[in-house]
Design a protein around this ligand. Structure first.
Ligand SMILES: [Zn+2]
Length: 216
C-alpha cells in the first residue's frame, strides 16, 4: 500500500498517520523526521540540508526529494509507505511519480483531510506544550490534570507562536496557495479521496480505515 496524506495543519493527519502506519504495517515518512534524521546522521544530503536550516531558510526541493527517494528505496518501505507532508507542490508530485514509475510502482491512494477553517483554528489555538518534556496538551481535548501545568514535570505550559490564532490564519493561506493545485493534480489522476476530518480521533480513524481497506 502506497498512500499520501494531504491536508492543512491542525487537521489531525499526523496522529492518524502514526496509527495507519502501524495498523497496515507500512513505513510512515514525514519530511520533518527525514530532515532531522539525515542531519543527525550527517549524510551528504543531511549536511546540505543543515546549511539551509541553520540560516532559517527553506530546504530546497532537490534536497527534500533526494531524501524522500533515498527513504523510498530502503528496505523499510518494502511493504509500502505513507507520506505525510510530502509532496507539497505539483513539482514535487511530478518528481515523486516519475521516481516511482522508474521502479514500476505508483501511489494507490491520496487522502485529503478536510475540516472547516473555524475548527482548524480551534484545534490549533488550544494546543499547549511543556517546554521541558515536550508533552502536548489541548485545552479542550487533552487538558492537563492541573490547569496550565505539565502532568509530568509541573512546568507551566506554553503556546507556540505558530499556534496563535493570528499566525494560524496566515499558515492556512500559505497552505492553500501551495497545496490546492495538488488536490486537483491527484483528482485528475483519479486517486484522490476526501476524508471528513471532523469529530473525535476515533471517529476519523474509523472512516479512514474503511476508506483505505476499500481502496486496497
Ligand atoms: Zn513536561
Amino acid at each position: 500500500m502506497r498512500v499520501i496524506f494531504l491536508g492543512p495543519p491542525g487537521v489531525g493527519k499526523g496522529t492518524q498517520a502514526d496509527f495507519i502506519a502501524k495498523k497496515f504495517g507500512i513505513q510512515k515518512i514525514s519530511t520533518g523526521d527525514l530532515l532531522r534524521e539525515s542531519v543527525d546522521r550527517r549524510t551528504t544530503l543531511g549536511n546540505e540540508a543543515k546549511l539551509f536550516m541553520e540560516r532559517g531558510e527553506l530546504v530546497p526541493d532537490n534536497v527534500v526529494i533526494g531524501l524522500v527517494e533515498e527513504k523510498l528505496g530502503s528496505p523499510e518501505c518494502r511493504n509500502g509507505f505513507l507520506l505525510d507532508g510530502f509532496p507539497r507542490t505539483v513539482a514535487q508530485a511530478d518528481k515523486l511519480s516519475s521516481f516511482l514509475e522508474g521502479n514500476g510502482e505508483a501511489i494507490d491512494r491520496v487522502v485529503y483531510f478536510s475540516l472547516p477553517q473555524a475548527d482548524i483554528i480551534e484545534r490549533i489555538s488550544g494546543r499547549r506544550s511543556c517546554p521541558k518534556c515536550k508533552a502536548v496538551y489541548h485545552l479542550k481535548s487533552i487538558p492537563p490534570k492541573k490547569e496550565g501545568v505539565c502532568n509530568e514535570c509541573e512546568m507551566p505550559l506554553m503556546q507556540r507562536n505558530d499556534d496563535k490564532p493570528e499566525t494560524i490564519q496566515s499558515r492556512l493561506v500559505v497552505y492553500q496557495k501551495q497545496t490546492e493545485p495538488l488536490i486537483q493534480y491527484y483528482k485528475d489522476r483519479g486517486i484522490l479521496s476526501e476524508l471528513d476530518g471532523s469529530g473525535v480521533v476515533s471517529a476519523v480513524q474509523e472512516r479512514l480505515v474503511a476508506l483505505l481497506t476499500q481502496s486496497r
